[in-house]
Design a binder for this molecule. Sequence first.
Ligand code: M6R
Length: 607
Amino acid sequence: MCGIVGIVSNQPVSNRLVEGLTRLEYRGYDSAGIAVVNGQGIVRRRSPGKIINLQHVLDDAPIEGTCGIAHTRWATHGKPNMENAHPHQAGNVAIVHNGIIENFKILREELAREGHVFATQTDSEVIAHLIQHHLDKGMDEESAFLACFERLEGAYAVAALVGKDNQTLYAARHGSPLVVGFGTGEMFVGSDAFALAPFTKRVLYLEEGDSAVVKIDDVCVRDKSGQVVTREILTASISAVMAEKGNYRHFMEKEIHEQPEALARTMAAYMDQETDLPSLGNAAPLLKNADRLVAIACGTAYLAASVGKYWFEGLAGVHVETDIASEFRYRTPALPQNGTALFISQSGETADTLAAMRYCNRANLGTIGVLNAPESSIARETNAVMRTLAGPEIGVASTKAFTAQLAVLAMSAIGTAQLRGHMSEDEARTHVKALEQLPELAQKALTVKDQCEAIAPILAGAKQTFFIGRGVYYPLALEGALKLKEVTYLPAEGYAAGELKHGPIALIEDGTPVVVIAPSDKLLEKTISSVEEVAARGAKIIAITDEAGAEQFKDRTEHIIVLPDMPGLCGPIISAIPLQLLAYYTAHKLGTNMDQPRNLAKSVTVE
Ligand code: M6R
């Protein structure tokens, strides 16, 4: 999950390479670098850390050329230092790579025996040496580039400068996304259309196994068999301006506050204005007729799937299995004959989710992507796409994407229940009416932000924090803990409230914060019993509840975050907001970079 940009132009490209790279920093920020071809051949500048460091290097030692490649790295093989920063160079070849070359050790040994000297510990460097090896054998540039992929195993998106030619970029993809952008008198390659948005919206998505020879005004694409193919040129929907911070200090803060609009847009997309019932588009038959559903995702998206399971089973009576994508793909799952698989993903590029989707496609399941990125790999390969209209999410922490995923799953569960005759139209309308209040409820929920900021020092000073919930609030407890860990680096655990007594309660000490997510529902009494158990052992209770629930908590803690009453399925969606705010303000208190937490990347396009 690194970011790649390439430009071939009549004009100097360095500044724009860095600009494009800045828009890919969400993919990784361990190191950054650019390479251009000019009269002296290939020249590189690289730096460990963020793109701003690369910019400083370029300010001190500018380079110019009209053809270049750039990279921002999320380290997999080799430390995140200068030496391992891309682009990697071997003779007259420079490459940038996103993915993992699984057989790099064997290739490296082979090439070393032939005299190639390696300068890095990365798997990627072998690509540059392989291409140079083919040039040394007398192949022309394109053949040398293409021949290299015959030997590579694993996943890659690669952009390369080959030879002394400053009129051509070479690109290829297998398992990692890559787009080609069409400008006027210049062409681009990028990890996604978002990186190219300041330059062009006209893009072509390379398909699995495609390679491309990109010239100033043209591109020649070949498929995996080497045949020249035509790929459709599309207009990317993403706009450059949507990714600014505006008046907010951080993207995470901005994106938390965008939830009312994100929910309004998403809800509008799934409402049939004539019938007031859910409108599920071409996902409807796949949901209506499936014997069983499988919901597969990673991280926060997996927790959205886990909430969805309660809704689909509770309302539609359809059996749902949830799976973490990285587990699903290697455990030989027993799949239903007539099943439908849902893949939930903000980016639509998460490598494990993508691989799980391909597995289900091969197994002839119906496949539905619940996706925020409409042009992503998963979007292009599933039978049906249900979009979350959260808008671009730049902060690494999933916030508005999560609540938008929940809104889509809620509408889908209601629609499925009604389509399968498990729910009357009137009942379905009542549920939809409740969900229509989401934007307003989200707006009200945001008013607890000062309270969350006031509670943040408790979490910031704690050795560890527990999040507990029951029923549909259990996945929310997991999400609260994930969010806190991710942006503050503090230990946090999420548990089903009733499970605490089976082990984790041993960790409760005097003053241990326990965040309880418990709006009033039929399980509130039970959750209160768990609260009593931890309070008796010294836990400091922080309750997230509604007016009715607050009554139950008032003698048990002074820290009660009161949300508005949340009808129907709104509860888990709105309850996510104070969890996000608690994580945000705790990170702010500790001074961590919550938009780009250490070791993480927004889009995980490697296994
Ligand atoms: O793009 P995806 O939704 O597929 O990403 C899945 C996870 O990597 C993601 O939700 C991750 O857990 C978030 N950073 C959590 O906030």
